[in-house]
Design a protein around this ligand. Structure first.
Ligand SMILES: [Fe+2]
Ligand SMILES: [Fe+2]
Length: 169
């Protein structure tokens, strides 16, 4: 007889995605939020134990908070992009909105009793988050880097004058 051990017991707290500096977008607040999103994904991964009932219970217990967190993160990025007049704002926001819609739909399907596989959801989340950070979030980072100037205290920051200069002409 085969005995399946629960993954979380055997390999305590595995990381599906580990944070690395290559994910950094250069803004501490955003990096911290991204780290939190990766942590959330890793937590989901550690609860993919092949026990449908337990997986569903876990998903149910965290999903509302997770969706709220994602929304806060998106709102933070959107606020920064707007205030710095980032030209790719609309496209970026559309991606955020599309992602939220997809997740909300999956949660709805789950609540309606449709088949739910935590591992698939986790994989989707991981792929989306990593691709989004690597491609879209890096785009505003490139823009900010061009925009920012070294201030008197030696720090690289963006102020109103920087934004006005970049949008003039
Ligand atoms: Fe992000
Ligand atoms: Fe983003």
């Amino acid at each position: 007889m085969l005995i399946y051990a629960k993954r979380a017991d055997v390999m305590d707290q595995m990381e599906l995605v580990a944070w690395s500096s290559t994910f950094s977008v250069g803004i501490k607040l955003i990096d911290d939020q991204h780290k939190e999103l990766l942590k959330l994904t890793n937590d989901l991964f550690n609860h993919c134990i092949g026990d449908e009932e337990a997986e569903e219970a876990y998903f149910k217990s965290i999903i509302d908070g997770a969706v709220k967190y994602v929304k806060v993160h998106f709102a933070t990025e959107e606020k920064i992009m707007l205030s710095t007049k980032f030209p790719g704002y609309m496209e970026h926001k559309r991606e955020h909105d599309r992602f939220v819609l997809t997740v909300v739909q999956q949660v709805k399907d789950f609540e309606d009793g449709k088949k739910f596989i935590l591992a698939s959801f986790t994989r989707f989340l991981k792929d989306w988050i990593l691709t989004h950070i690597a491609v879209m979030d890096k785009q505003y980072f490139q823009y900010f880097k061009k925009l920012a100037t070294k201030k008197n205290d030696g720090r690289l920051t963006i102020n109103r004058a920087d934004i006005e200069r970049s949008t003039a002409g």
